[in-house]
Ligand binder design. Structure first.
Ligand SMILES: *[C@@H]1O[C@H](CO)[C@@H](O)[C@H](O)[C@H]1NC(C)=O
Ligand SMILES: *[C@@H]1O[C@H](CO)[C@@H](O)[C@H](O)[C@H]1NC(C)=O
Ligand SMILES: [Cu+2]
Length: 244
């Protein structure tokens, strides 16, 4: 990790460990799709810190994908709940205190979908992403999406909208660790994309849509932020969540 100059001692402690995370398995309505099945996961668990890089789309650039990349496209009925699983590393070690992610890595958890022609195509630029889930700061007790992810043993429940058109989609599942985010480029973005075949559904065109890169700026209030204070609000990066 980088060692920015003006950090609190908590952030410096947090920055000393390479305690990152990878989204690596999912369940559809409680049924395990299989380890790494339909998920493009890198071997290395490190973050993306340049929000203008193509690596923020689906990772796989500076952190190359584990090979062979899954060619599975996971069937998901519209309206289903997808449960995602994060772990500290791809090859988990027993009794890892930083599994599923180090507790210092506080920040939001988000999920996006983009309709694609071919969910196994590795060409991911130019897609139109809409947000379907977000979990930022609960102001009352200053707990974050990542705190809830840790409490839930690395799992996040994401409801797939019931009204979107059937077809192939990429699901971009992301968390942003803000422990070093008080200096520009300090926020750590972790994301993987899953290959979905959504069935059923409806005919609603989801909106708003955003581009990656483009949806985030390095100076967004949710990206450039000192979390070592009591926050009265937190602006989750990206667009509003689409609902049917
Ligand atoms: C989808 O993309 C994969 C990977 O590029 C390719 O092997 C496959 O032929 C494509 N399928 C179709 C139907 O175009
Ligand atoms: C959000 O919190 C920041 C820092 O605590 C504060 O400066 C700002 O006024 C707050 N904004 C709103 C809309 O409450
Ligand atoms: Cu980390």
């Amino acid at each position: 990790m980088k060692a920015p100059t003006a950090l609190t001692s908590a952030a410096i402690l947090a920055g000393s460990a390479s305690a990152h995370s990878i989204f690596q398995e999912m369940w559809v309505n409680g049924v395990d799709a299989g380890y790494l099945t339909g998920i493009r996961a890198p071997d290395y668990d490190g973050p993306i810190t340049d929000v203008t890089s193509n690596d923020v789309i689906c990772n796989g650039g500076i952190n190359p994908y584990h090979t062979p990349i899954s060619t599975a496209i996971v069937n998901v009925p519209a309206g289903a709940t997808v449960t995602t699983q994060w772990h500290h590393t791809l090859n988990q070690v027993a009794n890892d205190p930083a599994d599923p992610i180090d507790a210092s890595h506080k920040g939001p958890v988000m999920t996006y979908l983009a309709k694609v022609e071919n969910a196994t195509s590795l060409e991911v630029t130019g897609l139109k992403w809409f947000k379907i889930q977000e979990d930022g700061l609960q102001v009352s007790d200053q707990t974050w999406g990542v705190d809830r992810l840790i409490a839930n043993k690395g799992q996040v429940n994401v409801k797939i909208p019931s009204c979107i058109p059937a077809g192939q989609y990429l699901m971009r599942h992301e968390l942003i660790a803000l422990h070093a985010a008080s200096s520009p480029g300090g926020a750590q973005l972790y994301m993987e994309c899953a290959q979905l075949q959504i069935t059923g559904g409806g005919s609603t065109n989801p909106s708003p849509t955003v581009a990656f890169p483009g949806a985030y700026s390095a100076t967004d209030p949710g990206i450039l932020i000192n979390i070592y204070q009591t926050l009265s609000n937190y602006t989750i990066p990206g667009p509003a969540v689409f609902t049917c």
